[in-house]
Design a binder for this molecule. Structure first.
Ligand code: ADP
Length: 634
């Protein structure tokens, strides 16, 4: 206990490469032989990687360089397992054929665009990630120490209380790396970690990565024109040109390598720029010469050339004999723990978004007052029964749009974040989706109640507890289904497409909800009845009509100035609306069933978006084929 206190109070030594409390992982050397990659767009296929070879070792910081379009990102994506289809050749880990499933558990991929969860501070982001990734086997004190060590290692102490949206480019990048370091992955891929950073920030970032590598990890970055200073920090450089390997070796070996090929680098020139320019053909076509000299990545000749840096912290013997044990690499926290941590994070983000919450409160109150004023006191008026029907319909539509539109707007960007976290194995999809659904419920109910608090009394609906509860419950269920429908639509689409598809998909639901109304006992044709039974809005409307007019309700009041009150008898009105046979248990069962079905559908589509099965991959390929045909025709 005492020793923990001491460790907690004294900051970890800066520059420490080993993270003392993290679970130790075996080192991994990643090799690839005859690696090719082809993309096909319909009839046209393109060879992007051409039988390249190479090895990225543990304890080393590797840079993948090359001119734009050479295939750097493609190589990184394939090695990380982010792209699988279309690749051929052998990828090995510690000399054995790579088991992709196992490898995915061991590696982390830090993408270029630094997507971070908004509305939480650096400290909170780290604590949440630690809870998700380290599970309950590690106690709270140790987790705090681990978080502290990584925060110090990546120099984020000053920004620990800053919200993620306010971080500078360099801090965002370092936080992305810090989050992935938490469970000590042996292999880390980074797509252009220095892009968008100034010179100082890039330099800091790369030297931190080197320190991370020195802790016994394999760190591989794709880079776009690094400065000479940054270039010299890398232990290993892999140059891709036109899908082939044009150099593999130390950064110090680049100049002698090129000199041997009679391509002397000018003295004051940046060797990284020079080798990229040579391999892009700026000084004539020398790529083939380079590829042959390095045997498309097979040659080991420049591997140890002029290594100046001492591997202080790394036992190289150990690095080359690491064995990957299967059983160690499941999620570290249980699904229940993941669910509770994610729920906490989602609630925190919801409450932090105060401006948006107040906007929604205001809008629901405004909508409630407007609808209430438009249908003022029509609830008991026999001459206005049809208008009151309109109020019920308007309420259903209000619930649909106010619940669905925010999801259509926000969820597509959330999916991108989830994709990153899911790929890096922070959590499973089931706990995530469960937490998402549960975290939305209180806000949805709250906003629904705000609308009804104005609209219901202003329209003079019956104030009996059973009727009020039924009205409220129906509105809440419709809002929850609409929200899930928004998730279902936006789980597969971009914001723009979601915002178009969502409202359009809602129109048939709205039309079917009122189809056949006014025809009394005369039932519409079977096909339309079946179609109507697919609309949750129909059940919503039936639920609201039953709530206000369901038996036993006394006759409505006819105002004195009205001579003829057709709808005085409530039973007659309900029959005329074609709802005489509506059963309340059936309505609620159908609404609950549709809520579950919509959520299962949304979950399934989200799963397919994150890891598509064969059917979905086939659909994607067909889609691309059709698209290419259309673009050819146009
Ligand atoms: P780099 O990262 O080196 O700039 P990339 O690996 O992104 O290059 O891409 C290499 C080449 O492959 C580029 O010419 C790019 O246009 C092409 N490419 C990548 N993905 C696809 C794809 N899905 N369809 C067609 N061409 C692609």
């Amino acid at each position: 206990m005492e020793s923990t206190e001491v460790q907690k109070n004294s900051p970890p030594a800066l520059g420490r490469a080993h993270l003392s409390h993290l679970p130790q992982r075996p080192p991994i050397n990643l090799g690839f032989q005859d690696l090719s990659y082809t993309v096909s767009n319909g009839k046209v296929s393109k060879l992007i990687l051409r039988g390249i070879n190479g090895e990225f070792r543990s304890g080393q910081l590797t840079a993948i360089l090359g001119p734009s379009g050479a295939g750097k990102s493609t190589l990184l994506n394939i090695l990380a397992g982010y792209r699988v289809n279309g690749a051929s050749g052998l990828i090995t880990t510690n000399g054995e054929t790579r088991d992709l499933k196992l490898f995915r558990k061991l590696s982390r991929y830090i993408m270029q665009d630094d997507l971070l969860q908004p509305l939480i501070t650096v400290q909170e982001a780290m604590t949440i990630a630690a809870d998700l990734k380290l599970g309950n086997d590690i106690n709270k004190e140790t987790k705090t120490i681990i978080v502290e060590e990584i925060i110090h290692l990546l120099r984020l102490s000053k920004a620990r209380n800053t919200s993620t949206e306010r971080l500078s480019g360099g801090e965002r990048k370092r936080l992305s790396i810090a989050l992935e370091l938490l469970n000590n992955p042996p292999v880390i891929f980074l797509d252009e970690p220095t892009t968008g950073l100034d010179d100082v920030a890039s330099s800091t970032c790369v030297s931190l990565l080197k320190r991370v590598a020195r802790g016994g990890r394999t760190v591989i970055c794709s880079l776009h024109t690094p400065s000479a200073r940054i270039f010299s920090v890398f232990d290993h450089v892999y140059v891709v040109a036109d899908g082939k390997c044009a150099y593999q070796g130390t950064s110090g070996g680049v100049i002698p390598f090129l000199k041997e090929l009679h391509l002397p680098c000018p003295k004051t020139y940046n060797p990284a720029d020079f080798i990229i320019e040579v391999s892009s053909g700026e000084y004539g076509s020398h790529t083939d010469k380079m590829v042959t000299a390095i045997d498309n990545g097979r040659s080991q000749r420049w591997r140890n050339y002029a290594i100046e840096d001492v591997y202080e912290d790394v036992d190289l013997e150990e690095l080359n004999t690491g064995v990957i044990e299967r059983h160690n690499y499941t999620y570290e926290s249980t699904p229940c723990q993941q669910f509770s941590v994610l729920l906490r994070r989602m609630f925190l983000q919801t409450f932090r978004n105060r401006g948006y919450l107040w906007l929604r409160v205001g809008l629901h109150a405004f909508l409630g007052v407007t609808v209430g004023a438009l249908f003022s006191q029509m609830g008991y008026d026999a001459s206005k029964a049809l208008f009151n029907f309109g109020f019920c319909y308007a309420s259903i539509i209000a619930m649909l749009y106010t619940a669905m539109m925010p999801v259509l707007l926000a969820f597509p960007s959330e999916v991108l974040l989830v994709k990153r976290e899911y790929f890096n194995r922070w959590y499973g999809l089931k706990p995530y989706y469960g937490a998402l659904v549960v975290s939305r419920i209180p806000a949805t109910i709250f906003f629904c109640l705000i609308y009804l608090a104005f609209a219901y009394p202003m329209t003079s609906q019956p104030m009996e507890l059973s009727r009020v509860s039924m009205f409220v419950a129906t509105c809440i269920l419709v809002a929850l289904i609409s929200e899930s429908m928004g998730t279902l639509i936006s789980s597969m689409l971009s914001v723009v497409n979601s915002m178009f598809v969502g409202p359009v998909a809602a129109v048939p639901m709205m039309l079917l909800a009122v189809y056949g109304i006014g025809s009394g006992d005369e039932a519409p044709p079977l096909i339309w009845r079946l179609a109507r039974s697919c609309s949750f809005m129909r059940y919503g409307l039936e639920g609201l009509i039953m709530a206000v007019y369901g038996p036993p309700r006394e006759d409505l009041i006819c105002p004195e100035e009205v001579d003829y009150c057709e709808y005085k008898n409530v039973k007659y009105f309900v029959r005329l609306m074609g709802m005489a046979d509506v059963s309340i248990p059936v309505v609620f069962s159908m609404l609950v069933f549709m809520l579950l079905a919509m959520n299962f559908g949304a979950y399934y589509l989200l799963r397919q978006r994150l890891s598509p099965n064969y059917a979905f991959r086939a659909i994607k390929v067909i889609g691309r084929f059709v698209k290419s045909k259309i673009s050819f025709t146009v």
